[in-house]
Design a protein around this ligand. Structure first.
Ligand code: ADP
Length: 648
């Protein structure tokens, strides 16, 4: 016998689990059944190519309660585990970020909600320690003869030793704690308790969940009366507790919300209810049933573990084929969970085939349409709910706005986009609503990108737009930098960054007039513009007068075709070599600072303090748009010197 310590993270999670006030302790059985069902799925799949693995009997899950010993055992004849797999799977959590996650849970103190979060993390098996003092797992891997026994008291260590098991599969024996109704611990050796839990959480499991039940019977005559002198006899027979009905083949109105929710939790390993259910049947050449779920939140480790994601399960004629079938859904919708059951695919499909299969592509197009329809319906019918959804998944969905793949869907995606805007308080707007509010003669949809609403809102680039009552969208997700440069249009309107290119908000003759005026001012202030350009030649490519400033002295803009500084930074962080493009410094000709500065340049363009003034102004423009200063200490020194001069 060999003794092992649990990985430190497992110990901590067990501790949290055992001491949490979570009252739904029954779910431990759902987790064990779920694991058994996964093991049966895997065996069924493996035996498609290795028929020798097929067990003699029927694939099934058996519950075996023992009221005298006070144990409950869950048996399956699935894939089983080797000794190494048991040590690995039942002793560690092989996920990075676990430590941070536990720390986060501990700091949250309210242990009541901890299990929901733990559930997202997938510690299904360990949840049995909520109701057990000891767990013994006996497992034999399909195709091997040696079995292994794993045991633990949940106290930080476990042992493994060689053992025997008649056939491949796994048995999890739970030594039950005392019944404590107040703490949510029921008597899990009672038939009706088990029946109820299975019905509630695991009815749709595709394998029979069996239980031996005792019935006292007495021989009766034709009228149903006990026969004279007959004795009561106890008979034992095995009953199947679940209906095994594949939920996705049943009409939607025949399935209760509860059943859907439990099914979602079963396939997603999420402990929270889904936000939306999308059930659809694809008719025609390629028949398929789809049952999809939109989760209510993004799993905390969504980006870290794309390979471990549950995604969409592929079935063929009710036979499980694979988990997380990425070919069925584009990347920007990878958070959608569910099942697709095809009538026409072959049972022997492989990943390679999937990638080129015409049918898979057709199903995928169908799913995308259904999912986007569901988003749109939610947007139209329940705005508050949709806003919550968008907050969680919007940044991901916007990834569908660039790249070639979703060419035909872009207008649809733009139609469901929400963005903060200068128009109304803290709320968010759709593009349709924006377009309806556009001023007469306004062609473009104006937007400004930046790190946060607060920064964007205060940026000087918006001043003239605000003065003219033109609405500007605030786009603050990194992905916004990408799709806004993809040349998209919504309802025939282009997207125009207020931080790029020349801006003149006057129309027709007024525009000509204002441009004329500006050019004349620029001519008469040649000394200022040229002087500034010379001093700042390393930093900016041009200094010019602005039509977008009202109250600020200066701002920095990019040329239409250039990346914004945020996108520049993003690309650089992604390891791309991008040349840092110099930007344009725009000055507000009517601002007191600029007027005075102009006079100083006029008098003596070589005066030494002008260098400092130019640098201060440049730094101020950077700060105003929320960009970092290239040399903070130097900027601080300039300000200190200036204050000294003013104060003395
Ligand atoms: P999860 O099911 O979320 O992966 P668990 O802690 O419930 O997490 O289980 C850990 C792993 O142990 C599973 O991924 C599986 O590899 C293995 N396992 C658990 N139960 C069984 C079983 N009945 N048969 C085979 N393998 C199992």
């Amino acid at each position: 016998m060999q003794k092992y310590e649990f990985q430190a993270e497992v110990k901590q999670l067990l501790d949290l689990m055992i001491h949490s006030l979570y009252s739904h302790k029954d779910i431990f059985l759902r987790e064990l059944i779920s694991n058994a069902s996964d093991a049966l799925d895997r065996l069924r799949f493996e035996s498609l190519t290795r028929p020798e693995l097929k067990p003699e009997g029927e694939l099934q899950i058996r519950l075996d309660p023992d009221p005298t010993q006070r144990t409950l055992t869950v048996h399956d004849n699935g894939i089983g585990m080797t000794r190494e797999e048991m040590v690995q799977n039942l002793g560690t959590i092989a996920r990075s970020g676990t430590q941070e996650f536990i720390q986060f849970l501990k700091e949250r103190k309210d242990t009541g909600s901890a299990p929901e979060l733990i559930g997202q993390f997938g510690v299904g098996f360990y949840s049995s320690f909520m109701v057990a003092d000891r767990i013994v797992v006996l497992s034999r891997k399909a195709g091997e003869s040696q079995a292994t026994r794993w045991q633990s008291l949940g106290d930080g260590a476990f042992t493994v030793e060689e053992a025997e098991r008649e056939e491949p599969g796994t048995s999890v024996k739970v030594y039950l704690k005392h019944v404590d109704e107040e703490d949510g611990i029921q008597d899990y050796t009672k038939e009706w308790v088990l029946r109820e839990i299975v019905k509630k959480y695991s009815d749709f499991v595709a394998y029979p969940i069996r239980l031996k039940v005792e019935r006292k019977e007495i021989e009766r005559d034709a009228d149903g009366k006990p026969k004279a002198g007959a004795e009561e006899k106890t008979t034992v027979r095995e009953e199947t507790l679940n209906s095994m009905k594949a939920l996705w083949t049943r009409p939607r109105k025949e399935v209760s919300e509860e059943e859907y929710h439990e099914f979602y939790k079963h396939i997603s390993h999420d402990w929270q209810n889904p936000l939306e259910i999308v059930a659809a049947r694809m008719e025609g050449q390629f028949e398929a049933n789809a049952l999809l779920f939109i989760p209510s939140h993004l799993p905390w480790d969504f980006f870290a573990h794309s390979e471990k994601r549950h995604g969409i399960q592929l079935y063929v004629k009710r036979v499980f084929i694979m988990d997380n079938c990425r070919e069925l859904i584009p990347d920007y919708l990878q958070f959608v969970r569910g099942v697709v059951d095809s009538e026409a695919l072959s049972l022997n499909v492989s990943r390679e085939i999937l990638q080129q299969d015409r049918q898979i592509r057709a199903i995928r197009t169908f799913l995308v349409k259904k999912v986007l329809d569901a988003f749109r319906t939610m947007l139209e019918s329940d705005r508050a709910r949709y806003a919550g959804f968008w907050k969680e998944f919007g940044a991901l969905i916007k990834q569908g706005l660039y790249g070639r793949e979703e060419k035909d869907r872009k207008e649809t995606l733009l139609g469901i986009l929400l963005a903060a805007s200068s128009a109304d308080g803290q709320g968010e707007t759709t593009l349709r609503e924006y377009v309806q509010r556009m001023k007469p003669g306004q062609d473009a949809i104006y937007f400004m990108t930046g790190p946060s609403r607060e920064v964007v809102e205060r940026s000087p680039h918006l001043e003239a737009f605000r003065q003219k009552g033109l609405e500007v969208l605030y786009l603050t997700d990194p992905v916004d930098e990408l799709w806004t440069t993809a040349g998209l249009e919504f309802d025939g309107h282009k997207f125009q960054s207020v931080g790029k290119g020349e801006v003149d908000l006057e129309k027709g003759d007024d525009q000509k007039k204002s441009e004329q005026e500006r050019k004349e001012k620029e001519k008469s202030c040649k000394a200022l513009l040229e002087g500034m350009q010379k001093i700042l030649s390393e930093e900016v490519q041009e200094v010019r007068f602005s039509a977008r400033l009202v109250s600020s002295p200066a701002c920095l803009v990019s040329r239409d075709q250039d990346f914004s500084p945020q996108l520049d930074e993003l690309m650089r962080r992604m390891g791309q070599k991008v040349e840092r493009k110099k930007r344009i410094l725009e000055l507000n000709p009517d601002h007191a600072i600029i007027v005075k500065l102009g006079q100083s340049f006029e008098k003596n363009p070589e005066a030494p303090e002008l260098k400092d003034h130019a640098r201060l102004l440049y730094g101020q423009a950077l700060l105003a748009e929320g960009s970092p200063l290239p040399d903070g200490p130097e900027y601080g020194r300039l300000i200190a010197e200036m204050m000294t001069r003013i104060l003395s």
